[in-house]
Design a protein around this ligand. Structure first.
Ligand SMILES: *Cc1c(COP(=O)(O)O)cnc(C)c1O
Length: 419
């Protein structure tokens, strides 16, 4: 559910008229509904009410510090994958004791920074990372709280580019090596084993792969305990899918929670979750203006002022997004390819999409763009990063401004011998 609705055929984000907003801030832009962010976090938290659970929002889904602040105010922690994301979480007021650090390539500087910040947990993804963390913590006289991210060798995810839990994926430590690595970690003075971590992919629309993976890690916890490890926490990652269009029915958080409570009932562990898309996805839309409607030899194109640099998901993962006219008209529908201005053939938001007739100057909302949207943007083709707007009731705030063309070149220089 979200808070984008039509009133008299005009699309609103909560109580803000997007046509007016587009005039005030210019297009293209991202707009997020604070009410939806809060609602989604509460739905997830309510599903685990009564259980010992930490919800560490996956910062990479939508990283703006206002978004993080909203979620932190609801009690969320953060799952970060870089020093930059850790900075953001801290600046937004996320408590360090609610921050977990994931990622296959944490540098020594990043590990050091996170140790100094006193975060809750390092999700270690390899033996060399474990060795590095142990060394760095020892030189600081600290013990790093760790979980090892286990690769359970389970296929999941709506697209092969977002599966992370198969044996050929780069993520986590191999299932077959898990016990040996825990034994190694037990002998280290700079780390303290706290738990087990797993994250099998994203946009998963079926409980079965989750259940298969979680059952596997539950047996691992029993094996590790038999080996003498103390396991207090189980981090189950993120990955719950969201409806990107009509007819999509990903599992409800309640069903997800019920399955997890069953699988983990006998373990007596604190549960950690790292939802990203489920919280932020349907809270946001990208609003763009039609620059031209162009008749190709065999297709009719809508050329938007937003491109793949502003929303990469269709180009990266063949992702589907609903496209809603910001002002509804009653014209007959036609098939359009909806594209951006970027000089790449993958710069396409939809192929042969049926839409009421569109005209230059019309506004279009690319729906469900709140996760992996603004956080993945680039300035390719020297296009400025587009603004992010947070709406709350009738209010809105520009939470990331559009840089000027000069600002795009900030930090660049002409080498002195060229001057
Ligand atoms: C990306 C990611 C998440 C969030 O995934 P969603 O599908 O957005 O819920 C959680 N944990 C890790 C380790 C990730 O890489």
């Amino acid at each position: 559910m979200h808070h984008f609705t039509y009133r008299d055929n005009r699309l609103f984000a909560e109580d803000v008229d997007l046509t007016t907003l587009a005039e005030e801030v210019g297009t293209p832009f991202y707009v997020y509904c604070e009410a939806t962010l809060r609602r989604h976090l509460r739905i997830f938290a309510d599903a685990f009410a009564g259980a010992d659970a930490l919800i560490a929002y996956s910062v990479k889904a939508s990283s703006n510090i206002s978004v993080l602040k909203v979620l932190a105010s609801e009690g969320a922690g953060a799952d970060v994958v870089s020093a930059g994301e850790l900075h953001r979480a801290l600046i937004a007021g996320v408590a360090p004791e609610k921050i977990v650090f994931s990622g296959v390539g944490k540098t020594r500087d990043e590990l050091s920074f996170a140790l100094d910040a006193n975060i809750y947990q390092f999700n270690v993804e390899s033996e060399p990372e474990l060795v590095a963390l142990d060394e760095i913590a020892q030189t600081k006289g600290l013990r790093a709280p760790i979980a090892l991210r286990i690769n359970p060798d389970v296929a999941a995810g709506g697209h092969e580019n977002i599966s992370t839990g198969k044996s050929e994926d780069k993520f986590g430590v191999p299932w077959s090596r898990a016990r040996a690595l825990y034994a190694m970690a037990r002998a280290m003075k700079g780390v303290e084993i706290k738990g087990v971590d797993v994250h099998i992919g994203s946009q998963i629309d079926d409980l079965a792969p989750f259940e298969a993976a979680f059952k596997k890690v539950a047996t691992l916890i029993n094996d590790l305990r038999a080996d003498g490890c103390v396991i207090e926490r189980l981090d189950l990652g993120g990955g719950l899918g969201i409806p990107y269009g009509e007819g999509a029915t990903p599992p409800h958080p309640q069903a997800y929670a019920q399955m997890i409570k069953q699988v983990t009932a006998s373990l007596g562990v604190q549960l950690i979750f790292e939802p990203g898309r489920m919280i932020a996805g349907n809270a946001g839309a990208l609003v763009a203006r039609v620059i031209y409607v162009k008749d190709g030899a065999s297709r009719r194109f809508i050329i938007l002022d937003a491109g793949m640099n502003d929303l990469m998901r269709p180009a990266l993962y063949d992702a589907y997004h609903d496209l809603w006219p910001v002002v509804k008209n009653t014209d007959a529908s036609e098939a359009y390819d909806v594209v951006g201005p970027i000089c790449e053939s993958t710069d396409r938001f939809a192929k042969a999409r049926m839409l009421p007739r569109q005209h230059a100057g019309d506004l279009m909302a690319i729906m469900s763009a709140g996760a992996y949207g603004a956080s993945q943007t680039s300035q390719y083709n020297s296009r400025p990063l587009i603004p992010e707007i947070l709406v709350s009731g009738e209010r809105y705030a520009i939470i990331r401004k559009r840089p000027t063309v000069d600002e795009i070149m900030d930090g660049e220089a002409i080498a002195e011998w060229l001057c």
